[in-house]
Structures are given as structure tokens and as C-alpha cells.
Design a protein around this ligand. Structure first.
Ligand SMILES: [Zn+2]
Length: 504
């Protein structure tokens, strides 16, 4: 591992150590303090991970409150906050790049904690989560979810302004490592590059169905075409777990050696599956509900591989998911989709599904045809939530109607809107763009693997070690685009994504 070797080199070359010490005399003290805090951070992360495991799997009673309170106490610690406040602005002076990165990540974690661990916000969040939780209790108190959800949005915005940001969207994109300006340009570019292809799809639908106006149902149908054909149904194997293991073995990863546990069981309605990295890199567990597709299994397993092959030592660089800003969630979803995409590979499908060569080609054609609908539906979906924070004066209905016309090109006035009762809005705010970005990352990684290892790459035992070395091992030490460069030779390439699907 590059960074570990780097640290080792520093320790063995006395000269370097001397120079370092001379530059930053306060570093040893700072480092010792961070070591201590990161140990605590990691311990609480295990506890919360284990509690969430019980919450989803039902194996034992879940105590989420104790670890959350412990996080609160850790993150409001004055000495910690003062250290980061002092060192973050002058982090460029720190020669030890591992320490520098630790300070960057602590800055993000503490910033997001100032919002999410604010007493009023935390209380409202818990209340809303409880209101959404599936419960056996017959009599639940009536709860005005809508009003309280809007209040949570307002509080998050208010807190972000107090912390010096325009609003919560700006703060979140600082914390998640993408940057607000980058995100804004990304949305504009995705919109303009997909517009013509989607317009043709709309016109074609109208012509074929003899429609005067393109409506919401037509748009949903195009989107469904994409999903129906990317999912690998028709697999020969009835049991999913052996198929996951075999797919990993094909790329040189031995599942039986991993501290991983996959469980198939009936989960509460609405929960498809949940993979949890409880102790990085020593404990991954996923509980999946009965009958989910192999691509979903492989997605969760992808989260597992990403954590299980993380060999960095500093806990804050391991990237736990419990405090926003610690892990880069875009890249994490990208790694999960990279694993899921194995099941989209034609060679894999030839071996493990009942589809003929012609059927596989036909499915691919249908995916390519409908992908503009997928892209624009994704934009529509995540921009709804983004706009709620950017334009709090607009109503939720107004925002949905406006964006349905803008991105889905709906021409009628009858637009059915959704309610705000979505767990994502409460617990994973401004997360939804990650799924479109993950599709792009997976396409870029698979293109690179194809070029490097040939068409049959999903059966090449060097592929697993390649993914480990370039994408998993260094944890959060490199930023997400640097990791992409290491493994694919370039940062996220939007135009290549459009070329991949042949979108014109
Ligand atoms: Zn995921």
C-alpha cells in the first residue's frame, strides 16, 4: 500500500522525521490526541453498526440511542473542535499527508455533526424516523409528518447559514467531497447531453401511441423499460448466496476467507436488503429479504468488498457511514454498483441465466434505448429534494410539477405528486444523486476492466486483486476522483458515459 509505505519511509529516514518535526512542532501532540479520539470514534462506530444490524435483522433488540449519545459527546468535545479549527485552514503546511487527510476528514465530520447532532435537529429526526418505522403497535399516535419534515428542512438550512454557508445544500456538498459548484455543473451537463435523445424518445412514443400529449405514465413506462432490462432475472441458480460466492471466485476473491455474513430472511415490508460494514475491515453483514434479484445481492456485497479490503490503519480514514462526511458515499455506491454490474456482463449472463445470445443482445438494446429516460428520471428525483432546500419558499407540489416538465418533458397538467414521507429525506439527506453517479462510475470501471483484461474479464482472477489495489485498499486517503484516476486512468468522464450507452 502506497500510503503505508510512505509512512514507513518517513519513520526509517531519520532525516525526514527531523525535517517534519522542525516544521510542525505541535504535530506529535495533535497526532496523539487524534489517535485517541479516532479509537473512540471506531469503537462507537462498531456499536452503532451492531445496533443497526439488530434493527434490520431482528436478531436482538436494537439500542441505537446509546451509541448516538456517545457520538454526540465525542463530536462536541472542545479540544477536538479547537484543534481542527486551528489546523484545517493551515493543513497545507502539514508535510505528513496522512495526518493532513485526517484533518480534512475530521473537519467534514465535525461540520456535518454540528447540523445533524444539533439537539433540536436530532430530536426531530428521531421523531420522524420513529413515525416511519414499521411497528407492530396497533395504535400509533397520529403524527403530522409533512409539517415536521418541512420543519427539519428549515432547521438544517438555518444551521447551515449559522455555520457560514448559503444553505444546507452548499454545506452538504462541501462535506460529501463533491463540491457544490462541481455538482451544479454536473447537473447542467447531464441535462443538456441527455436532452435530444430523450426528446426523440418522447416524440417516438407519441407517434407510436398516437398521443396528443406526453404524460407522466408514458414517462414512467420508459423508465421501467430501463430497469426491467438491467436487472438479471432468469438466473438458473435458485439460491442467491452460492451465486454471489461463485461470481466473486471468478474474479479471484475467495468469499470463504472473508469475515462476511450474508443472510436471507423475511424483512419488514419495504426493506429490500441492507449491507452493513460494522467493523472495517473485520465484520461485514448483509440481511436480504426473500426473492431479491442477484444484482441487489451483488450491490450489497460490493459495499462489503469495499470495506473488507480496506487496509488503512487510521480509523477516520476507514470511512464509516454513520456520520456524513466520513466516507465518500458517491464512491461507495460506485463500488457497490461495480460489483452489481458483473451481472450485467453478457459473458456472465450467458453462463448464469437462461437467456439466449439473442435475448441478451435484445435486452442490451432496450437498455441503451431507454437510458436517457433513466438519466432524466434520476435528475428529476434528486433535484426535487435539492430544490426543497434551495427554494424553501416553493411548495413540494410546485417543485415536483416544475421538475416533471423540465426533466421528464411532461406536457399535461395532471401530474401526480408524492408525499414527503420518505426515510431517505430524514436519514440520508441529499444522497440520491449518488445512484446516478454510481452508474457512471461502474460504467467507467467496467470499460477500463474490459480494455485491460479483455472481454472475458468477469472470469479473470486478476480482476479482484486489481479492484482491491486500486479502489479498496487505501480507504478514504485519496479523494474519490483520484481513486478513479488510479484504476481507470481518468477522473469521472461524463462524455464517456454517454458514449458507452451510445447516446446521441
Ligand atoms: Zn448501496
Amino acid at each position: 500500500m502506497k500510503n503505508k509505505l510512505f509512512k514507513l519511509a518517513l519513520l526509517t529516514l531519520g532525516f525526514n522525521v527531523f525535517v517534519l518535526a522542525a516544521c510542525n512542532s505541535t504535530n506529535p501532540e495533535l497526532e496523539k490526541f487524534l489517535d485517541k479520539k479516532e479509537k473512540q470514534f471506531e469503537q462507537i462506530s462498531y456499536e452503532l453498526g451492531d445496533a443497526y444490524w439488530n434493527f434490520y435483522s431482528g436478531e436482538a433488540k436494537a439500542d441505537l440511542k446509546t451509541p448516538k449519545d456517545e457520538f454526540y459527546n465525542l463530536l462536541i468535545n472542545d479540544t477536538l473542535n479547537n484543534y481542527i479549527k486551528e489546523w484545517y485552514p493551515k493543513r497545507a503546511e502539514i508535510k505528513d499527508t496522512i495526518l493532513r487527510r485526517r484533518i480534512e476528514l475530521w473537519h467534514r465530520v465535525l461540520l456535518s455533526a454540528k447540523v445533524e447532532y444539533d439537539a433540536e435537529i436530532m430530536q426531530l429526526r428521531n421523531e420522524l424516523e420513529e413515525a416511519l418505522q414499521v411497528s407492530d403497535k396497533k395504535t400509533k399516535e397520529p403524527y403530522d409528518f409533512e409539517t415536521n419534515m418541512l420543519k427539519l428542512i428549515q432547521l438544517r438550512n438555518k444551521k447551515a447559514v449559522e455555520l457560514g454557508f448559503d444553505n444546507y445544500v452548499h454545506l452538504t456538498f462541501e462535506v460529501n467531497g463533491l463540491g457544490y459548484q462541481w455538482f451544479k455543473n454536473f447537473v447542467i451537463q447531464m441535462d443538456s447531453l441527455s436532452y435530444n435523445a430523450y426528446r426523440s424518445l418522447v416524440d417516438k412514443t407519441k407517434e407510436e401511441k398516437n398521443l396528443e400529449k406526453f404524460d407522466q405514465r408514458n414517462a414512467y413506462r420508459l423508465y421501467a423499460q430501463f430497469y426491467r432490462n438491467t436487472e438479471s432475472r432468469n438466473v438458473k441458480e435458485e439460491e442467491m448466496i452460492p451465486l454471489v460466492k461463485e461470481s466473486l471466485a471468478n474474479i479471484g476473491i475467495n468469499y470463504s476467507e472473508l469475515p462476511a455474513k450474508l443472510v436471507e430472511k423475511e424483512l419488514p415490508p419495504g426493506v429490500g436488503g441492507q449491507g452493513l460494514m460494522i467493523n472495517i475491515p473485520n465484520d461485514f453483514r448483509a440481511a436480504m429479504t426473500l426473492g431479491v434479484e442477484i444484482s441487489t445481492w451483488m450491490h450489497e456485497m460490493g459495499h462489503g468488498l469495499h470495506g473488507l479490503f480496506n487496509s488503512i490503519d487510521e480509523p477516520i480514514l476507514e470511512g464509516y457511514e454513520w456520520i456524513p462526511g466520513n466516507a465518500n458515499t458517491t464512491f461507495a455506491e460506485g463500488m457497490a454498483e461495480t460489483s452489481a454490474w458483473i451481472t450485467r456482463n453478457p459473458e456472465w449472463q450467458k453462463k448464469y441465466t437462461n437467456l439466449t445470445k439473442e435475448e441478451i443482445a435484445k435486452k442490451r438494446e432496450l437498455v441503451h434505448e431507454s437510458v436517457p429516460a433513466y438519466i432524466r428520471f434520476s435528475l428529476y428525483n434528486f433535484m426535487i429534494e435539492t430544490e426543497l432546500y434551495l427554494n424553501p419558499e416553493k411548495s413540494y407540489e410546485e417543485i415536483q410539477t416544475y421538475l416533471a416538465k423540465k426533466y421528464l418533458l411532461i406536457e399535461t397538467e395532471e401530474i401526480r405528486t408524492r408525499g414527503l414521507n420518505n426515510i431517505i429525506y430524514v436519514s440520508y439527506p441529499l444522497y440520491l444523486q449518488n445512484y446516478l453517479l454510481a452508474d457512471m462510475i461502474a460504467s467507467q470501471v467496467h470499460t477500463a476492466l474490459n480494455e485491460k483484461f479483455g472481454e472475458n474479464y468477469v472470469f479473470n482472477k486478476e480482476v479482484g486483486p486489481y479492484l482491491i489495489k486500486n479502489f479498496y485498499s487505501a480507504g478514504e486517503y485519496y479523494n474519490w476522483n483520484e481513486r478513479l484516476i488510479q484504476g481507470t486512468g481518468k477522473p469521472l468522464d461524463i462524455e464517456a458515459y454517454f458514449n458507452y450507452y451510445d447516446i446521441k
